[in-house]
Each structure stands twice: as structure tokens, then as C-alpha cells.
Design a protein. Structure first.
Length: 115
């Protein structure tokens, strides 16, 4: 049962972080960001948020710096929107899964065109 609860909270946090990112005005934060995954600790005190950008890993790293600077604001907004007893401490991590996925898609498209 605890696994279901933490996965539900992870998805709720992911959904709310995406909506909060849209309101941020920091120039370091790219407009084409995706929250890939949120890992929440079992006691809900920490959350790792994996961020990916369409422009590549360097843009994701710059965006992570901006998100880290705004983590207090994001954490407060999460607490207000989700009505959590304890809002998790957020750690943003740059991820290049979208970039790798696009490369794989292009390779598959190239194989299909050869046939």
C-alpha cells in the first residue's frame, strides 16, 4: 500500500511542478522543459525531480540552475496546491532522456526509409 501512495504523490508532484514551471520568469529556465520523473522518499521528505529539455543536456543543466534558485518558491506552491503536511525538499537533476529518445526515433525512421 505504501508503494501506491508514494507513486500517487510522485505523479501529483510531477503534475504540479509542470504547472508551476510555466509561471516562472527566470531567463535560465527554458520554455521547452519536461519533467521526466519524480522520485519521492518513503517519508516524503525529499524528492528528486528529473528535468529534460528538447534543446539538449546543456539547456537542461542551465534550467536546473534556475529551478534550484526557485526551489523555495516551488516548494511553497506545492505545499499550497497539494495540501501536504510536509512539503518535500526538491533536488533538480538534468536528464537527457528526451534527446536520446529523439536520436533513437531518427534511427528507427532511417531504418524504415531503407525498406
Amino acid at each position: 500500500m505504501a508503494g501506491f501512495h508514494s507513486s500517487r504523490i510522485s505523479e501529483d508532484i510531477k503534475r504540479e511542478i509542470v504547472s508551476i514551471i510555466r509561471t516562472l520568469k527566470d531567463p535560465r529556465i527554458s520554455g521547452m522543459l519536461t519533467v521526466v520523473k519524480v522520485d519521492v522518499a518513503s517519508d516524503l521528505s525529499y524528492a528528486k525531480v528529473y528535468i529534460s529539455a528538447f534543446e539538449g543536456i546543456e539547456t537542461a543543466k542551465q534550467s536546473v540552475k534556475g529551478l534550484t534558485a526557485a526551489s523555495g518558491y516551488i516548494r511553497r506552491e506545492l505545499s499550497n496546491k497539494l495540501h501536504l503536511r510536509k512539503s518535500p525538499e526538491l533536488k533538480f537533476i538534468a536528464d537527457d532522456s528526451i534527446e536520446k529518445g529523439m536520436e533513437l526515433f531518427e534511427k528507427l525512421k532511417g531504418v524504415k526509409n531503407e525498406d
